[in-house]
Design a protein around this ligand. Structure first.
Ligand code: AMP
Length: 502
């Protein structure tokens, strides 16, 4: 009898008397204690009527109990469905309606607002606060420390992760036990994770990065995590001395670099810093190396696929690239219109195939057919290029492509030039409606120092970019709108500047 993911990731905790989780106040939770919590929670879920294949939806703060809930759901043979803690009751209603979970766990403070929403979709509401307390903990306290894992085969589903849905509604990416385990196996080997590793974990756990990339990799390697409720420079600096590795989004690294206490000395002992979920500016990569001597390892993945590519562990980690396809993952770059493979060097759609690629979107067969080819290649929606050494760079999302007067403009190409200009900290280039050109290139700049000089920038760009790529309008904002994973929300910018040309 077997449960693929539980056997590989969670069962080994039962034999560990070392610290699996280290909390901000220094409290340690041994593997054995964490495993007992998982078993009690699994037993409580089953007592609540959760059957194999049922969904368990959660919108709770990051805590050891919340992480255990992922494991307990897998152990009980059910499907874990974590939701961004920022979603409003209306948004939660959409997910519960789409996924029809058996139970829904939320913050006790939101129970009154959310329980009727859950009930309308047939789900029973339980609560879990940031400290782990709530009606679920009360049920769990009465359950035994052991539970026989429910059988699950590699192809059975372990989780639904909803896409961030910056265009249209979020889709539930169905991830199987084998999808998650295969990626964890590859990452442990590729990034050299061992039982000696102590990962500084400051990412949210409702997203693939913190939940799967970070936690699954550490679990499979038998390592430990310093489990912070979120990112704060002070907390990261305080805990860095005990860590060996850290996974972050680019904003973690820019914030650390902004703090003079983040020195070469404090980072010296670290084995690995990785970055992903949003583009790491080459400038940040270089500044980080200059400050610490470490080259951040940038990798590329997504909700539907886990990790697809990575810069090498031992070889040259190239700034501005996301490295090579991971072992077992095939990547091809195709013409977005025809699907035909493009010559090396040309920008095109990134397609990926491998054991990591998801099983389709829950109850959206048409969306699944549009994005997942019959031969197994997933059309990622990201536009990328591959250089003559095989390194892949992301140029942007296809939906961010600007078509102006019939010409294609990839925002990244313009942003890279803008970012070099004096007075510009960073930039976002978008397409906005234009009466003559259909769309016009529009640049949003974030100032540094004395701020940008628009006339000087216009002149500088004339020498660097074809006329159709040069922005027809500029705006300056104190900062770019970003979501929790550090992604620039271009849809918001497009809306804000939609009226710029009439
Ligand atoms: P999510 O599904 O929320 O993980 O978002 C996945 C998307 O984030 C990808 O399709 C990319 O557009 C973007 N992304 C992830 N990693 C990187 C990276 N290293 N560089 C640029 N974009 C990235």
């Amino acid at each position: 009898m077997a449960n693929t993911l539980y056997d590989a990731l969670f069962a080994p905790l039962a034999a560990r008397d070392d610290a699996f989780l280290i909390l901000p106040d220094g409290t340690e939770i041994t593997g054995r204690a964490f495993h007992a919590l998982i078993a009690r929670q699994a037993d409580a879920l089953v007592a609540e009527g959760v059957a194999p294949g049922d969904r368990v939806a959660v919108q709770v703060a990051k805590s050891p109990e919340a992480l255990a809930l992922y494991a307990a759901t897998v152990m009980a043979g059910a499907i874990f469905l974590p939701l961004n803690t920022g979603y409003t009751p209306d948004e939660v209603g959409y997910f519960l309606g789409n996924a029809t979970p058996r139970v829904f766990l939320c913050d006790p403070a939101k129970r009154d607002a959310l329980a009727p929403v859950a009930a309308a979709h047939g789900a029973r509401t339980l609560t879990m606060g940031a400290d782990g307390a709530g009606s679920f903990a009360d049920l769990v306290a009465a359950r035994p420390d052991s539970f026989t894992p429910v059988d699950r085969a590699p192809e059975d589903l372990a989780a639904f992760l909803y896409t961030s849905g910056t265009t249209g509604r979020s889709k539930g990416a169905m991830l199987s036990h084998a999808n998650l385990l295969s990626n964890a196996e590859v990452l442990v080997a590729f990034w050299h994770f061992t039982s000696e590793d102590v990962l500084l974990h400051a990412l949210p756990i409702f997203h693939t990065h913190g939940l799967f990339v970070a936690s699954n990799t550490v679990l499979l390697a038998g390592g430990s995590m310093i489990f912070l409720p979120g990112f704060s420079t002070d907390a990261v600096l305080a805990h860095l001395p005990r860590a060996t590795s850290m996974m972050g989004v680019p904003t973690f690294y820019t914030r650390l670099l902004d703090d003079p206490r983040f020195t070469r000395d404090i980072a010296q002992h670290m084995r690995l810093f990785t970055s992903g979920s949003a583009p790491l500016l080459a400038e940040t990569h270089l500044a980080f190396e200059a400050r610490t001597g470490h080259r951040i390892l940038e990798r590329y993945g997504m909700t539907e696929t886990n990790m697809n590519t990575s810069n090498p562990y031992d070889g040259d980690r190239r700034a501005g690239t996301v490295g090579f396809p991971l072992p077992g993952v095939e990547v091809k770059i195709t013409d977005p219109a025809t699907g035909a493979a493009l010559p090396q060097g040309e920008p095109g759609m990134i397609e990926v195939r491998g054991p990591n690629v998801f099983q389709g979107y829950w109850q959206m067969p048409e969306k699944t057919r549009e994005e997942l080819r019959e031969d197994g290649f997933f059309i990622t929606g990201d536009i990328g290029t591959q250089d003559d050494r095989g390194y892949i760079s992301i140029v942007g999302r296809q939906k961010d492509l600007i078509i102006t007067g019939g010409y294609n403009v990839y925002p990244k190409e313009v942003e890279l030039v803008l970012d070099e200009q004096p007075g510009v900290l960073e930039s976002a280039v978008i397409g906005v409606p234009h009466p003559d050109f259909g769309e016009a290139v529009f640049a949003v700049l974030v100032p540094t120092g004395d701020g940008p000089d628009e006339a000087a920038i216009r002149t500088a760009l004339e020498a660097r970019l074809a006329k159709f790529k040069q922005p027809k309008g500029y705006a300056v904002l104190p900062e770019l709108p970003r979501n929790t994973m550090g992604k620039v929300q271009k849809a918001l910018l497009r809306k804000e500047f939609a009226g710029s040309f009439g």
